[in-house]
Design a protein around this ligand. Structure first.
Ligand SMILES: [Zn+2]
Ligand SMILES: [Zn+2]
Length: 272
């Protein structure tokens, strides 16, 4: 088995996510077997569907199950209790309420859907959609989320690109949006929010990191200090998969460390 000794995975999902599959304890066991140093569980909480989806109960249940798993694995694995907030800027008072409801180690900020529209994941055909206008709107929403800014990690910056490629074979060029990307990277740098290098795309048809190394290097150029790496595993077998590629990309982009968050404080872990 590959060794993951110096590896931390800051973005994973347990079965407390609607699309997760394995319990926190099972995930911890798998992470231990792979030799991970730390794992963050960051179950989904889609803020714009919080009341409809019984979010309060789900968030509480995930938090306590992860806390139990953390005690069970004390001394063997550092377990971080996090959350992936989807669309927090669509309902800021609710997002703030969720963040204050538990003592999270890490809060990930994500945009999975535009306002009143479905998750990009569920769009089966992009041919009827004005892709450029849609993506401009998507990047504008990322910027709005950053203006709010009460989160630690900016997740999968090029999220819709995965599905454009998987559904319609469109390989979108990030340079079309470069002025928006630069604004996003500058604001994340200014607020000391970590840019995530998300490895899930390596397991998908697009076969790319999100974002790619060039964008991570641009972040560094614009004053970015913190990067984080995550597999976005929804199955135990995907824990840490692609993390080495993500760490190599961080290094190539000029970063010597990746960031771990505990009690919402960043801690730099050297890339070996
Ligand atoms: Zn996500
Ligand atoms: Zn995720």
């Amino acid at each position: 088995m590959a060794s993951y000794k110096s590896i931390i995975d800051m973005h994973t999902h347990t079965d407390n996510s609607f699309d997760g599959n394995h319990s926190p304890v099972y995930m911890c066991d798998a992470a231990c077997n792979k030799g991970l140093r730390a794992i963050a569980f960051t179950d989904h909480c889609e803020v714009d569907a919080y009341y409809k989806d019984n979010g309060e109960r789900n968030v509480r249940q995930a938090f306590f199950e992860i806390a139990k798993a953390r005690s069970a694995f004390t001394g063997k694995l550092l377990v971080l209790n996090g959350i992936e907030l989807g669309q927090p800027a669509y309902d800021i008072p609710t997002a703030e309420k969720i963040i204050a409801s538990q003592k999270f180690d890490v809060v990930i900020g994500s945009v999975h859907n535009l306002r009143e529209r479905q998750d990009f994941y569920f769009i089966e055909d992009f041919s009827a959609i004005d892709v450029e206008a849609t993506l401009k709107e998507y990047f504008a929403e990322i910027l709005t989320m950053l203006e709010w800014g009460n989160f630690d990690i900016l997740a999968h910056l090029t999220y819709p690109f995965r599905y454009l490629y998987a559904r319609n074979n469109i390989r979108e060029d990030i340079h079309r949006y470069q002025s928006q990307i630069d604004e996003i990277l500058k604001l994340a740098a200014e607020k000391d929010i970590a840019l995530e290098i998300n490895a899930a795309g390596l397991r998908q048809p697009i076969n790319r990191l999100s974002p790619e190394v060039e964008t991570v290097a641009r972040f560094k150029e614009l004053g970015g200090r913190l990067v984080s790496v995550g597999s976005d595993a929804h199955y135990a077998q995907h824990i840490a998969v692609g993390i080495k590629d993500a760490m190599a990309a961080a290094k190539d982009a000029g970063f010597d460390c990746v960031t771990l968050f505990q009690k919402r404080q960043p801690m730099e872990i050297p890339i070996e």
